[in-house]
Design a protein. Structure first.
Length: 201
């Protein structure tokens, strides 16, 4: 009887083990490729209606981040370790590097750190508050501690489970941005030929 009880308690304790930021970083680090769709809503102080946009994204551990807005107009953002390339339909691509715009490049590099739950990269710029919400749910609140981020944002809050599901950004101008991610997929584990082409531009 005692042996059975001990086994049950052990199973329960393993199942109820709290999620940590280190667990999250390891989990995300084991996803070489992540595909998802997003819906973004931005509420701007003084505007009656929020701005809405939607599209898809692709994250590769080796290649970087590809973000494609489809609505209300096409816009593509490509981000890797060397550059950030923004392309609007009908316009020449705009290239940002650490040399020609270090602050913008630093900010956009944070996007990759957010999706990877890269605690080392995030701790350089934010005070982190991680909470285990139970049932494999979690919340991570980022409070800026370096300039220029502390002059732009009050906080950035991430929620999720197996994947990052929402990002809420509150800035010092009273504006708020909510981004929801859905239809996350990690298969196939390698980039397809078409996906590799996106990073070749």
């Amino acid at each position: 009887m005692k042996a059975w009880l001990l086994c049950i308690l052990c199973v329960f304790s393993l199942g109820a083990q709290a999620v940590t930021l280190a667990d999250l970083q390891q989990r995300f680090g084991e996803q070489p490729v992540l595909r998802a769709e997003f819906a973004q809503q931005r509420s701007i102080s003084g505007m009656a209606r929020p701005l809405k946009s939607s599209g898809e994204l692709l994250i590769s551990q080796q290649k970087g981040l590809w973000w494609a807005q489809r609505q209300p107009f096409p816009l593509t953002l490509l981000l890797d370790d060397r550059r950030m390339v923004q392309t609007l339909a009908g316009q020449a691509p705009q290239v940002v590097t650490a040399d020609n715009n270090p602050q913008m490049f630093q900010f956009n590099r944070l996007l990759t750190a957010l999706f990877h739950a890269d605690s080392q990269a995030l701790e350089q710029n934010f005070a982190l508050q991680f909470s285990d919400l139970g049932s494999e749910r979690w919340r991570l609140v980022l409070k800026p501690k370096t300039t220029p981020l502390d002059r732009l944002f009050k906080s950035i809050t991430l929620h999720g489970g197996e994947f990052l599901e929402t990002i809420d950004i509150d800035d010092l101008q009273g504006d708020a941005t909510h981004i929801r991610f859905f239809n996350q997929r990690t298969r196939p584990a390698a980039l397809t030929a078409e996906e590799r082409q996106r990073f070749a531009s």
